[in-house]
Design a protein around this ligand. Structure first.
Ligand SMILES: [Zn+2]
Length: 290
């Protein structure tokens, strides 16, 4: 949990041109876009069973509910800001293991599935791609989105990483242990090209997990900081080519050294700002990145 506070601190210190705003709390109506009413009600009221709470991985508290709401609210707000500014980021979120009726793997509510559905509700022509490059498969997102024509899920992950049982999305690429920069970036290029043959997004939601990094305790891939920079660049380049707004969520990162994890996330925020400088909508001034 410490990485979130540290990331915010470093963004404030090292990227003063990025404007930080407090994450609003998602309302029940937002949560219901992707979750069953019974599940939402039980989370809010503290009515989960001990087994359900264990699957999530941390204990229930009023603060846990508030944090989970704000984690979703930040991705929703990032989508609104990205629609206006081209790009914005949630400095947390990416809770992609949360299913419609249950939480798991430190994920309570599925922010990217909720945000994608909110975007499609707002604009009927919207076509949202959820590009999930966390090292773990986006099983919750794939399960919630299903065979949708307006939301496309792409997950590139370690095949031997959690979850043991993957849920098929539109494109899933399971990579072997020890996959390094070159093979990873080749696989990413191929997956993005394959997506564009089937689906042309008008909006991107990018889960920029730090856990493919070689020093991560959970990730089994072996990407370097440079490899992860190249990964980010490919996704932002895609957004630029499509002229599509892009909202970023940080997702996982469990480095042996906390600062390395924070550095990976900080690099993504820096890349997001660079993307904004290159692609900001005509007429916007200043350096705001919500
Ligand atoms: Zn992860």
């Amino acid at each position: 949990m410490a990485k979130y506070a540290r990331l915010r601190e470093r963004v404030q210190l090292e990227l003063p041109q990025v404007s930080l705003v407090e994450a609003p709390a998602a309302q029940n109506d937002d949560l219901l876009l992707a979750h069953d009413a019974d599940y939402v009600q039980r989370v809010v009221a503290g009515g989960l069973s001990a087994a359900e709470q264990r699957a999530i991985g941390f204990p229930w508290s009023v603060e846990m509910v508030e944090r989970s709401r704000r984690s979703v609210g930040a991705t929703l707000a990032a989508c609104v800001a990205a629609a206006a500014q081209g790009v914005a980021a949630n400095l947390a979120g990416g809770t992609h293991h949360a299913q419609r009726d249950r939480g798991q793997g430190y994920c309570v509510f599925n922010d990217s599935a909720i945000a994608a559905k909110a975007l499609c509700r707002r604009r009927s022509q919207e076509r949202v791609a959820i590009v999930d490059l966390d090292v773990h498969q986006g099983d919750g997102t794939a399960g919630i989105v299903g065979p949708s024509a307006e939301i496309f899920t792409l997950s590139l992950h370690g095949s031997r990483n959690y979850p043991a049982r993957k849920v098929d999305g539109h494109i899933d690429v399971g990579l072997p242990d020890g996959t390094g920069d070159t093979a990873y970036l080749d696989a990413l290029d191929a997956a993005l090209a394959q997506m564009l043959e089937r689906f042309v997004p008008t909006f991107l939601i990018y889960l920029a997990g730090a856990d493919p990094h070689e020093d991560d305790r959970l990730g089994r891939l072996r990407l370097t900081l440079d490899g992860l920079r190249a990964r980010d660049a490919r996704v932002f380049d895609l957004a630029a080519r499509l002229g599509a707004p892009i909202a970023v969520a940080m997702a996982g990162g469990y480095g042996r050294d906390l600062e390395t994890t924070v550095q990976v996330h900080l690099n993504t925020v820096q890349a997001a700002h660079g993307h904004w400088l290159r692609c900001r909508p005509a007429g916007t001034r200043g350096t705001d990145l919500g």
